[in-house]
Design a protein around this ligand. Sequence first.
Ligand code: UT7
Length: 322
Amino acid sequence: MTYSRIIGTGSYLPDNVVSNQDLEKFVDTSDQWIQERTGIKQRHIASDGETTCDLAERAARNAMEAAGKGPKDIDLIVLATTTPDQVFPSTACLLQSRLDIHGCAAFDVQAVCTGFIYALGVADNFIRSGSARCALVIGAETFSRILNWEDRTTCVLFGDGAGAVVLEASDEPGILSTHLHADGDYANMLEVPDGVSKGYDRMRANAAFVEMRGAEVFKMAVNTLGRIVDETLEKNRLQKSDVDWLIPHQANIRIIHATARKLHMPMERVVVTVAEHGNTSAASVPLAFDTAVRDGRIQRGETLLMEAFGGGFTWGSVLARY
Ligand code: UT7
């Protein structure tokens, strides 16, 4: 049996840091409100001309270096983003060229905040089926480009960044299971309402920016993530206590606390980076993962549960032995 194993991680955050106090200067909000309701202290914002591919490249190079892999080793690139550089080519193809990788399949997946979990699920299936042996999987966003900086209910929540992993075929697990879900009936709870094909409604200001029914999304996220934890453990016949680390989507510390409670997991075993970069959508799980690998918390052989919830709605989880 072939499994995929995570053999290297990497991440990158833009240099430009915007604190809650910085936001207070141009939007009706406060550091206290943002920290109490979300746990966010600051976010990193890409500078003018800095694109999703730029961030993805830095994260990918870090992950490839950690994995000890060069351009010739990679035979699949899956990149999760909601904020691609261009309509086409895909950001994965742009990244492929930057990294001097040629010929292998390279494509984007779009599942908003669940994007990295989807990308990992896709790459894992390519490797298990024998279609690839060494995959580069990236979550990268310049979410700041789709924010309405006058809307305090959304602009304080998000930030830019990228995270990546290298997966390799192995006789040993590796990724134990992936669980991907969506329900498009909830599309209008969290969306950018306009787009390329639908067009841009010039009569409606800010239609090209994120709109969210925050409190409803919050409730759905807490309930759905609780269910996906159960689904993942049941599929693998594991107890809650068998999970060494929870690596959750970094949207809101209160949602993270709720999922940790559901798992009976002490917060010392939960990787939390939301304070430093806010919600970076598809980049959030791999950013947190890389942080805890590099600071030595996550060790080889430990069992990791990654999960995310986002626009679509989409949600999913990955259980992996590191
Ligand atoms: O990653 C994809 C999934 N997304 C999420 O998981 C986000 C889910 N939602 C959330 O995290 C939370 O719902 C928010 C952080 C967005 C909002 O927190 P909340 O506790 O649900 O607040 P609320 O929306 O119920 O608003 C409470 C009050 C309102 O004022 P009134 O009507 O009570 O007078 C808002 O207008 O807070 C006000 N408010 C703000 N005040 C200061 C909303 N945004 C702000 C703000 N600063 N930035």
